[in-house]
Design a protein around this ligand. Structure first.
Ligand code: ADP
Ligand code: ASP
Ligand code: MG
Length: 425
């Protein structure tokens, strides 16, 4: 029996009862002969509550102190979980990200893991302990400051530790039974996916399926770590995310043409109005945004009006970065030479993902037909080889997701899309 890494999300450890339930599950894995490393998130909506609190004392909390504050959430859950395990008669030790050897760069609030040196975890395991690690945090290599990995970052901690410890599998325990063909909170007829490739999962995660964080899937693909996403509330098999299909019983598992529909309402749209239509303009705009360390998603440039020679450029970005982007563009208004800026945070993005798109020419047409039949207006479009995304009004998103899901025959006949916990926040 090898080493397993298990990650429990906030909804799985939302209260004392949840912590005791999870502790029992961890002890079972240990009793089955595994060495067990557990990565734990902050309890319930603790991280959101800490952010709300920070905003009450400082309008745009960021940087070192913000990270110090947020990492407190995971410290609470790791210590409580270790106590609950000890109470069941098993040895457990908790470790902060820094103690566990999670080394990052020094970009506060969205640091990247650059090395993992889990010496203390190895020792704890060799001494017969269950090791509990605080997710979502590390320590910067140069300044030795505490950093966080961005929202949802415990998934990345788990995969990074699984890679560094050469684990058999990384199990991600959450409040649904696996990865579904759409968010079960929006599509009650969503179907559980038995196996999905790293590539399709990467696209779903990047398009807003927050059941797994994009960076975590990237990491797993790079180190070829199979991920098993499953519920901490049920004993059911979940979804395997790996490079090759993992056989389940006598059921043949193969790549679906369409893996699923993702949605995202966490982005906003910025429109730079009245930009001179000449070479170099887009470069200046996006250099300004990049220098502010903001990642953008979709871009569209209008055809310029012949009479004025001016055009508009729109792009989408995380709402959380909206203020920073507007400030950076305003500061460089003279350099760029635009008329005005428009900011719209009432948008949503819907994406259809599936490797089969490459070889099935009708997919795009069917996607747009489904949206049009649902009366949904499209504002922006972007595609990759295995994804089509559109931006719509935020209010249209749930209806649009359900329409596309049905149109591609993804609806399930059974009620398998159970949501066991969490607030969906
Ligand atoms: P955790 O607290 O365990 O990290 P998250 O809230 O980050 O949980 O992720 C689980 C949630 O992801 C589910 O409750 C579900 O609403 C959402 N979700 C979005 N898209 C999907 C999908 N395709 N399959 C399953 N869950 C999804
Ligand atoms: N607690 C952090 C968050 O809510 C990290 C995580 O849950 O993965 O974003
Ligand atoms: Mg999560």
């Amino acid at each position: 029996m090898g080493l397993v890494v298990q990650k429990y999300g906030g909804s799985s450890v939302a209260d004392a009862e949840g912590i005791k339930r999870v502790a029992k599950r961890i002890v079972e894995a240990k009793k089955n002969g595994h060495q067990v490393v557990v990565v734990v998130s902050a309890m319930g909506d603790t991280t959101d509550e800490l952010i709300d609190l920070a905003e009450q004392v400082s309008p745009m909390p960021a940087g070192r102190e913000f990270d110090m504050l947020l990492t407190a959430g995971e410290r609470i859950s790791m210590a409580l979980l270790a106590m609950a395990i000890k109470n069941l008669g098993h040895e457990a030790q908790s470790f902060t990200g820094s103690q566990a050897g999670v080394i990052t760069d020094s970009v506060h609030n969205k640091a990247r893991i650059i090395d993992v040196t889990p010496g203390r975890i190895r020792t704890a395991l060799d001494e017969g302990n269950i090791a509990i690690v605080a997710g979502f945090q590390g320590v910067s290599q140069d300044k030795k400051d505490i950093t966080t990995l961005g929202r949802g970052g415990s998934d990345t901690t788990a995969v990074a530790l699984a890679a560094a410890l050469d684990a058999e599998v990384c199990e991600i325990y959450t409040d649904v039974d696996g990865v579904f063909t759409a968010d079960p909170r929006v599509v009650t007829k969503a179907k559980k996916i038995d196996w999905i490739s790293f590539e399709d999962m990467l696209e779903l995660a990047a398009s807003g399926s927050k059941v797994l964080l994009h960076r975590c899937v990237e990491y797993a693909r790079r180190y070829n770590i199979p991920i098993h996403v499953r519920s901490s509330f049920s004993g059911l098999q979940g979804t395997w995310v790996s490079s090759e299909p993992i056989e389940q019983g006598d059921k043949p598992v193969e790549q679906a043409i369409i893996s699923g529909v993702a949605h995202d309402t966490s982005e906003a749209k910025v429109t730079v109005v009245g930009v001179p239509d000449k070479p170099g303009e887009a470069a200046v705009i996006f250099r300004t945004i990049a220098d502010a360390e903001i990642n953008i998603d979709m871009i569209v440039q209008n055809v310029s009006a012949a009479s004025t020679g001016l055009t508009d450029i729109s792009f989408t970005l995380p709402k959380a970065e909206g203020r920073k982007a507007i400030d950076a563009l305003e500061k460089n208004k003279a350099g760029i030479g635009f008329d005005s800026l428009r900011y719209d945070d009432q948008i949503g993005k819907i994406s259809l993902v599936g490797a089969g798109m490459k070889t099935n020419p009708g997919v795009t047409a069917d996607f747009f037909t489904a949206l049009s039949d649902a009366g949904v207006n499209i504002e922006l479009i972007s595609t990759s080889e295995i994804r089509i995304s559109v931006v719509t009004r935020a209010d249209d998103v749930p209806e649009a997701v359900r329409a596309v899901h049905s149109a591609f025959g993804l609806d399930s006949d059974s009620d398998e899309a159970v949501v066991y916990g969490g607030t969906g926040r």
